[in-house]
Every structure is written in structure tokens, then in C-alpha cells.
Write a protein that binds this ligand. Structure first.
Ligand SMILES: [Zn+2]
Length: 494
């Protein structure tokens, strides 16, 4: 895979919008190594209580772009993700339906990572489940109690005492008195304050419960991430990420627990990805409009979905609509057709031999991505370069080595965004499926489109214009546009 020409510390730093600081801050890895410094990154993962949905796909792809770009910039990413396989909703569901929670959570977890693989999301370095760290969780909670940040109740639960943490609320920019106003006061008589949250819950209802010093129970939701990070990456990390919906209370509580535990800054940078709407509507349980990831990827296509996500900035919300794809499909197609045209033989792009134009493309791409992973701007750089290459190709008799190398670099830079990995045929098949659905017509294969175009060319040559028009209309009804030029007819998505 192509990597930046310079070691990270030798050049410009990546600046990242940190939710905690409310500003861009340069990524300065804690690891002092001069070359390939380690970046410790943790992104909250799945609660496998149901089929993974498109929102899970969005978070996975958003942080995959971050992961890929950090590696491209010669950073050695240690990427950890959790699976919340002990959770209130999981327990409620397995009790209501009489299913084995271990089996159910394994199945949904496997389903999620299978879809991630199809989406070309690079695997994380370590995937860790709550069920694997229950003894460690108990030890962690014991220390919080010993330090005075948590208390056990006679009923057998343990709560974090929010009043003991002066800076509680700093991530979501709220103070405890504001929060106190917003919570319901009629509560759990077990808790000292309505803001206190459970670290350990008394519960003996399922096989997930385990003995503890406070009685049989199970970990609360927030403590798991603090424990898993402590166990895998240590008390301080470089980047903590997750969907915006996790900012409060989950991430706020993670900070409180981890910083109470270690007395140190927990994560240097907090990144939050935007939320996903479908046709202008938020996906929610109450609207019952969750789109299951596998079904959404079937509907929109994997390559169009990834391309659409790369064209949107990770921090902004995205609205999945057919229009979004109509505006991007032909650009995706143009890239792949260029690769097919030029890269018949493999090219190994070497930064040392780039010509000035290619170096300028790489520089502009890096500048965009260094600016809080601005992938839409980076993609514009690649699109402009693509148009220029096509112009040069159309005016030249042969393809120069410089041009071939430039096209190889365009593809490699796209791969840094997780694009251009599948062949042209996949893009055509997925695009035609999407185009036919939007047009409300029959879905054609690329071969069928090719033979209709050939038949139409024959009809045109024979001056049989009614037949030629009829064939064109058939293509249009399937979402395909025909373009006629001196060199023949070609097609695009309508
Ligand atoms: Zn978490």
C-alpha cells in the first residue's frame, strides 16, 4: 500500500477536531519513536442485541478512513474495539424470547464483522468482549471504591459517585447542576444522587451474571470501555472515537471512571462521527425504520455506499437518499473506467519517481486529509486530477509512464479512503441495480447494456431510427444513458 513519502514527525501534523477541547488539535502521538510512532485508538463497538444497522456501518467506515489514513501517514495504529455482549437490552431480549445470550450476541457480532469485511473495513487489532473481562472489571471497580469514587449498596449494586468528580460533564459541556435539573428525581432509592450511574448491577437472571464481592451481578455499560482500554492499551490513549450519540452519557462516564482510576488524562483526542438519516428521517426504534446493514448494502450497493460516505465529512450527519447516489455514481464509474483503461499492467507507484504533477496531487490530498480527515475535499483533488488525466489521454497517441504512474497513484490514494478496491464489473453491477431501482425499471447486467447498445448501433447504421429510439428508451427506463460520439456509443448512469 502506498505510504506518505515522509515520516510523520518530519512533516505537517494531522489536526483533529476534539470534542473535549472544542477545537482542532494536532495529533501528537505519545509514543516518542521517531519513525512509525504508535497511535493508540479505541472506538466503541457494537451492542449485539439485534441485526447491525446502517448506522453501525457508518461509524465503521468513518473510522476506517481515519485508520487507513493514519497508517498511510506512517503511524503505527493500535486499534481496539469492544463488543458490549452484556447489556440490559440483551438480557431483556434473551429473557423474553428464551434464547441463549452468548449464542445470540456471537451471531450478531459475526454478522457485523462479515458486513464490515465486505465494506473493506480493515480489521481492528484487537476485538474484546465484556464477557472476557468480568474479573478485571471487578478489580477496577474495587479500586474506584477504595479511592472514594464509587459506593456499593446494601442491595448488591455499585454506583459511581458523580459528586466526587469535579470536572464531570466536561465532554458534553454540561455541569452537574445543569444535569441535575434535567434528570427525573423520583428514582432508585439505592443511589445517592440521580446522576450516579451503575458500575455493577445486582442481577442473577441469566448465565451472564457472575459472583462478585457485592453479590451475584454483572457490569454496567460504561465501565466496560474503561476496563477494556485499561487492559489493552493502558491508562492513556491518543484517540477515542465513537458515534455522536455516545457522547453523553456513555463517553462522559468513561472519562469520569478512567480519570478517577488513574488520575491521568484518559484520551488526548475525542472524535465523534455524525449520525445517519434515511430519506430525511432519523433511524429509531419508535419510527421502526432501522435499515439492517446487510439489506441496506444490498439496496444501495457496497461500492456506491463507501463512495458516498467518503464524499461526506465524518463529523457531519449524512442523509441516505437515492439523490445522493445519483450525484455520485458516474464519478465512481469514471474512476474505475480510467483504471481499466490505463492499468492493464500492474504499476508499483514509488514516491521517489513521481513527476511534479503527481507530487502536487499527493500534496493536495494530504493537505485535505491532514485537515481533520477532510475526505470530501481529498476526493475533489482526485476528481480534478482524473479529469486532467482523461484530457491528456484523449489528446495523446500513447500512454506515457508518468501518466500511468499518476493513474496508479490516484487509485492508491483512493484506497486510503477505502475506495477503488473492487473491480469495474462490481461497480457496474451495483450501479445498474441502484439506477434501475431509482428509475423504476428492469435491472440490466453490464452485458445486457452492452448488447442493447450494439443492437442500437446496428439499427442506427441501418437508419432504422424507430428501433434505435426504442432501444434507447429501454435503456433509459433502466436508469442508463447512452452517449454517442465519433468513436462509438458508451453509457453512463442516468
Ligand atoms: Zn464505549
Amino acid at each position: 500500500m502506498l505510504q506518505s513519502a515522509h515520516h510523520y514527525r518530519a512533516g505537517r501534523k494531522i489536526s483533529i477536531q476534539s470534542t473535549l477541547r472544542g477545537e482542532r488539535i494536532p495529533l501528537d502521538p505519545m509514543d516518542p519513536a521517531a519513525e512509525f510512532p504508535v497511535v493508540k485508538m479505541y472506538v466503541c463497538g457494537l451492542t449485539p442485541q439485534d441485526h447491525p444497522h446502517m448506522g453501525h456501518g457508518l461509524v465503521a467506515v468513518s473510522f476506517d478512513i481515519v485508520h487507513r489514513y493514519l497508517e498511510y501517514r506512517r503511524l503505527n495504529v493500535q486499534y481496539v474495539q469492544n463488543v458490549t455482549d452484556i447489556d440490559d437490552k440483551i438480557i431483556a431480549k434473551t429473557l423474553a424470547q428464551g434464547v441463549d445470550p452468548i449464542k445470540m450476541t456471537r451471531e450478531y457480532t459475526d454478522e457485523f464483522y462479515e458486513q464490515c469485511e465486505k465494506l473493506h473495513v480493515l480489521p481492528v487489532d484487537k476485538l474484546i468482549r465484556v464477557t472476557e473481562v468480568v474479573p478485571e472489571t471487578i478489580t477496577f471497580i474495587e479500586k474506584l471504591i477504595a479511592k472514594g469514587f464509587a459506593y456499593a449498596t446494601p442491595e448488591g449494586s455499585v454506583y459511581f459517585d458523580v459528586s466526587k468528580k469535579d470536572d464531570y460533564g466536561k465532554l458534553s459541556n454540561q455541569n452537574t447542576s445543569m444535569l441535575y435539573e434535567s434528570v427525573r428525581k423520583e428514582l432508585d432509592k439505592e443511589k445517592r444522587s440521580p446522576l450516579d450511574f451503575a458500575l455493577w448491577k445486582r442481577d442473577d437472571s441469566t448465565c451472564l451474571s457472575q459472583p462478585s464481592p457485592w453479590g451475584v451481578g454483572r457490569p454496567g455499560w460504561h465501565i466496560e470501555c474503561s476496563v477494556m482500554i485499561h487492559e489493552t492499551l493502558g491508562d492513556r490513549i491518543d484517540i477515542h472515537g465513537g458515534g455522536l450519540d455516545l457522547k453523553f452519557p456513555h463517553h462522559e462516564n468513561e472519562i469520569a471512571q478512567s480519570e478517577a482510576y488513574s488520575g491521568e488524562t484518559f484520551s488526548n483526542i475525542w472524535m465523534h462521527s455524525g449520525l445517519l438519516n434515511i430519506d430525511g428521517q432519523k433511524m429509531s426504534k419508535s419510527l421502526n425504520n432501522f435499515v439492517i446493514l446487510s439489506e441496506g448494502l444490498q439496496k444501495y450497493g457496497i461500492t456506491p455506499f463507501r463512495f458516498a460516505l467518503a464524499r461526506h465529512h465524518y463529523r457531519s450527519n449524512i442523509d441516505l437518499t437515492d439523490r445522493l447516489f445519483r450525484d455520485t455514481l458516474n464519478s465512481l464509474l469514471d474512476f474505475h473506467r480510467l483504471f481499466e483503461r490505463v492499468l492493464a499492467a500492474p504499476v508499483d507507484p514509488q514516491p521517489s519517481s513521481f513527476d511534479a504533477d503527481t507530487r502536487a496531487i499527493v500534496e493536495a490530498f494530504e493537505e485535505a486529509m491532514d485537515n481533520d480527515f477532510n475526505s470530501p475535499e481529498a476526493l475533489v483533488v482526485l476528481e480534478k486530477a482524473r479529469s486532467k488525466v482523461i484530457q491528456e489521454l484523449d489528446g495523446a497517441a500513447t500512454i506515457s509512464d508518468d501518466l500511468r504512474q499518476r493513474v496508479a497513484v490516484l487509485r492508491e490514494l483512493g484506497m486510503v479512503l477505502g475506495l477503488f478496491i473492487d473491480p469495474l464489473s462490481v461497480v457496474e453491477i451495483e450501479g445498474l441495480r441502484l439506477a434501475a431501482r431509482v428509475a423504476g425499471g428492469e435491472c440490466l447486467t453490464p452485458e445486457q447494456v452492452g448488447s442493447i447498445i450494439a443492437e442500437r448501433s446496428e439499427a442506427r447504421a441501418a437508419k432504422n431510427f424507430p428501433r434505435s429510439d426504442e432501444l434507447r428508451a429501454k435503456l433509459i427506463s433502466s436508469g442508463v444513458d447512452v452517449l454517442d460520439s465519433k468513436s462509438g456509443s458508451s453509457w453512463r448512469f442516468a
